[in-house]
Design a protein around this ligand. Structure first.
Ligand SMILES: Cc1cc2nc3c(=O)[nH]c(=O)nc-3n(C[C@H](O)[C@H](O)[C@H](O)COP(=O)(O)OP(=O)(O)OC[C@H]3O[C@@H](n4cnc5c(N)ncnc54)[C@H](O)[C@@H]3O)c2cc1C
Ligand code: FES
Length: 275
């Protein structure tokens, strides 16, 4: 790794060529590329991704399942994410990083709760867990068409005692309702040694609160507006910490003291907005 570090300045963009594009849902794609740095990042770390001619966006680093390859899983939303989603095999993007801290690996009975592309760092986390852990994953989507990574989670966990519970808001696939409804039901009958969550902030707030009420250690990966990604510009301020440098992963006890968590975030121009 030291040798590799001498070969590349991780704070400036390196161009990589997209080798494979995988359609996960009608609006979500995984882009696979070769990169020894990003193929080896810790779970929860992210990269800044430059879409030439458009913008630079933070993206969690996804599992590629192939040695030396890294991936991003992107949902098309606004201008920049749609441009990234539309990149084809053979085209180039710029990457810099990895940035941010990572989830703490705990042992025992572990609960992972994710929604949408929040599942990306959780899938990477799964690959770092020992086979002796008993792992439950609750994954949420609005409707059946938007469910992805259920097959992948089962595959990555095939040597663990595990459960993958799919929850859709409209009940078209798996259980009906919200991931937090299912978590609440699970906590009535069993307990866990740690809870990890990533997804919409209101969802994470509820997950952290439920874990806290049961005295279970919890961690959440939070998103804020990011420009530099490395602690210089301040656009990702989250209360009195920086999401990109001090996080993105914070423990539940801290999060419940941060008045922004679950309630407010800053827009592109720095204005405080409610969730
Ligand atoms: C650490 C981190 C990891 C992320 N990982 C993923 C991922 O794996 N897959 C994925 O699809 N998305 C991920 N995102 C979200 C992604 O960076 C974009 O925010 C999202 O794709 C929408 O971008 P847009 O410009 O198309 O949308 P716009 O319509 O321009 O903006 C919609 C909203 O997206 C958010 N946003 C836009 N630009 C940024 C930015 N530079 N930094 C942070 N938030 C922004 C803001 O909340 C904004 O209101 C991650 C964000 C962060 C902070
Ligand atoms: S994105 Fe610039 S300080 Fe975090």
């Amino acid at each position: 790794m030291i040798w590799l570090a001498l070969q590349r300045n991780t704070d400036s963009s390196t161009m990589v060529t997209i080798e494979k594009v995988i359609d996960e849902t009608p609006t979500v794609r995984t882009l696979v590329f070769s990169d020894d740095f990003l193929a080896n990042v810790l779970p929860g770390q992210f990269a800044m991704v430059w879409i030439p001619g458009t913008n630079e966006l933070p993206m969690s680093v996804m599992v590629s399942q192939e040695k030396g390859k890294a991936a991003f899983t992107v949902r098309k939303h606004g201008l920049s994410s749609t441009a990234l989603y539309s990149v084809k095999a053979g085209e180039q993007i710029g990457v810099r990083g990895p940035y941010g801290n990572s989830f703490t690996i705990k042992q025992g009975r572990l609960l992972l709760v994710g929604g949408g592309t929040g599942l990306v760092p959780l899938m990477r986390l799964v690959t770092f867990l020992k086979k002796t852990n008993d792992v439950t994953v609750i994954m949420g989507a609005k409707t059946k068409q938007e469910v992805f990574f259920d097959g992948l989670a089962n595959k990555l966990l095939e040597q663990n005692k595990h459960k993958v519970l799919v929850v859709t808001e409209d009940g078209t696939h798996g259980q009906s309702g919200l991931v937090t409804d299912v978590m609440q039901r699970l906590l009535k009958e069993s307990t866990f040694d740690a809870v990890y969550t990533c997804g919409p902030e209101k969802m994470m707030h509820k997950v952290v609160q439920l874990a806290f009420e049961k005295g279970i250690y919890a961690e959440a990966s939070i998103e804020r507006m990011m420009k530099c990604g490395m602690g210089l510009c301040g656009s990702c301020c989250f209360g009195d910490v920086l999401a990109c440098k001090d996080g993105t992963v914070f423990d539940g006890q801290y999060l419940l003291t941060n008045k922004e968590f679950g309630y407010t975030h800053r827009s592109k121009s720095g204005i405080l907005e409610n969730y």
